[in-house]
Design a protein around this ligand. Structure first.
Ligand code: TRH
Length: 402
């Protein structure tokens, strides 16, 4: 497919359901389209205040409280079209990306139908390691739009991220693997900066980052970690998760960035919510990353370090099928008997933990397997990096390859 647009303009629509996963992925994609593919992108977000909170670590100035748009790193971030004019403007794009099946404004749809040629329309879906992803990736989904005087059928295309070559792949910036290499070469000084910043007395032996959902899983994890006999640090973002941790440790006050909470041999360092690149650096220098949702889960894999994944829980329990699909794929690439044994132990722990069970014994059993898990995580990172990255695949699929 080729396009008449010389300076392509894309509209990316993001509805922020909860947390920062939806905006996290949408921002990453938009930014990569702009900086690596020279595409003019407008990212439309429905929850403007949540978007500002997420982007805050990247902003040099406090945004004007009444503004509805900002220009950041080559991306125009705008408040979801509120009036007829901006709905029409949003539709004047060469490509419309609907993130995670969010519903586009009615006027935008009608305006897309009125354009010749119609914009290319893509629904970028959530990530899953399940087999059906390869079958559904790229399929068209005809949409009937009722225009002013006629009915028009637009083709919406499914674009499904995934771990295999017949999927849309994963978001990966061009320099990401090299940046991890650099951070890991500088791991000791980078860790030392944190030791100094938090005034720790001992150099910890084990470094963890912790970003799971609040609730019983945190309690079960703390129950397991507190048995550790060597000095451990666990870096946790300020907010709901750190508040639950503090209340479980019997601290009356909500912790703030810079606080350090101690439990036996573990020191929990309360960290500010940092920018995505700074979060990548944190993942790079930890021994185990405990991540969640979609984006932090993918970023932990790019860090090439062992991880635990708290999958986004769904009421109908389908998340456990998704979890097991990923386990099979990940553990299926073990390169030695020791990696296979490590991954069997890891799988059991990660599954039981996601089911809300206690994991004290499993955590104890996992610890000697860390070197094998690390070597597997590095191989997995390299294997994934052989696939095309999601943004390049999307640009190609829409006919804008440079
Ligand atoms: O936001 P998440 O919990 O999960 C999402 C949403 O809940 C979404 O509705 C759901 O559908 C989806 O999961 C499956 O977690 P996730 O995806 O890891 O997103 C968090 C983002 O925040 C990610 O881009 C990483 C980023 N982040 C930072 O930039 N700085 C930080 O300090 C931390 C801890 C995270």
């Amino acid at each position: 497919m080729s396009h008449r647009f010389t300076k392509p303009f894309w509209s990316v629509f993001c509805s922020i359901i909860d947390n920062f996963g939806d905006i996290g992925v949408s921002w990453r994609l938009s930014q990569q389209l702009a900086t690596e593919h020279g595409i003019a992108v407008t990212l439309w977000v429905d929850d403007w205040q949540a978007a500002l909170r997420f982007l805050d670590p990247l902003l040099s100035n406090e945004p004007n409280p009444t503004s509805q748009a900002l220009q950041l790193q080559g991306v125009c971030v705008r408040r979801w079209p509120q009036d007829g004019q901006s709905c029409i403007e949003a539709a004047q794009a060469a490509v419309i990306v609907e993130m995670f099946g969010c519903e586009l404004p009615e006027i935008t749809l009608r305006s897309m139908a009125a354009q010749q040629p119609h914009p290319c329309w893509v629904n970028l879906e959530y990530l899953s390691a399940e087999d059906w992803v390869a079958e559904f990736h790229g399929l068209p989904s005809p949409q009937t739009i009722q225009g002013a005087d006629q009915t028009v059928t637009l083709q919406k295309q499914f674009f499904l991220p995934g771990f295999g070559k017949n999927t849309g792949g994963l978001l990966r910036e061009r320099t990401l693997i090299a940046r991890h290499q650099t951070w890991q070469n500088e791991q000791n000084p980078l860790r030392h900066q944190l030791v100094n910043a938090y005034g720790l007395n001992d150099e910890p032996k084990l470094w963890l980052s912790l970003f799971c959902y609040p609730g019983p899983v945190l309690k079960n994890l703390i129950g397991a970690l507190k048995q550790d006999t060597q000095p451990t640090v666990c870096i946790i973002p300020a907010g709901g998760l750190a508040n639950q941790l503090a209340s479980q440790l019997g601290r009356p006050q909500e912790p703030t960035p810079g606080d350090c909470l101690t439990l036996g041999n573990i020191q929990f360092l309360v960290h500010p919510f940092v920018s995505q690149p700074d979060y990548d650096r944190l993942l790079s220098i930890c021994d185990i990353n405990i991540v969640r949702g979609e984006d932090s889960f993918v970023r932990a894999q790019w860090a090439g370090k062992p991880m635990l994944w708290h999958i986004y829980p769904q009421d109908d329990g389908v998340h456990l099928d998704k979890l097991q699909a990923f386990h099979s794929l990940y553990a299926g690439t073990a390169k030695s008997g020791s990696e296979a044994a490590a991954l069997a132990c890891w799988q059991e722990l990660n599954y039981r933990w996601n089911c809300g069970d206690g994991i004290e014994n499993l955590w104890h059993d996992l610890r000697p397997h860390l070197p094998a898990l690390h070597s597997h995580a590095r191989n997995w990172q390299q294997k994934l990096a052989e696939l095309p990255d999601l943004t390049s695949s999307l640009v190609r699929a829409t006919g804008f390859a440079t």
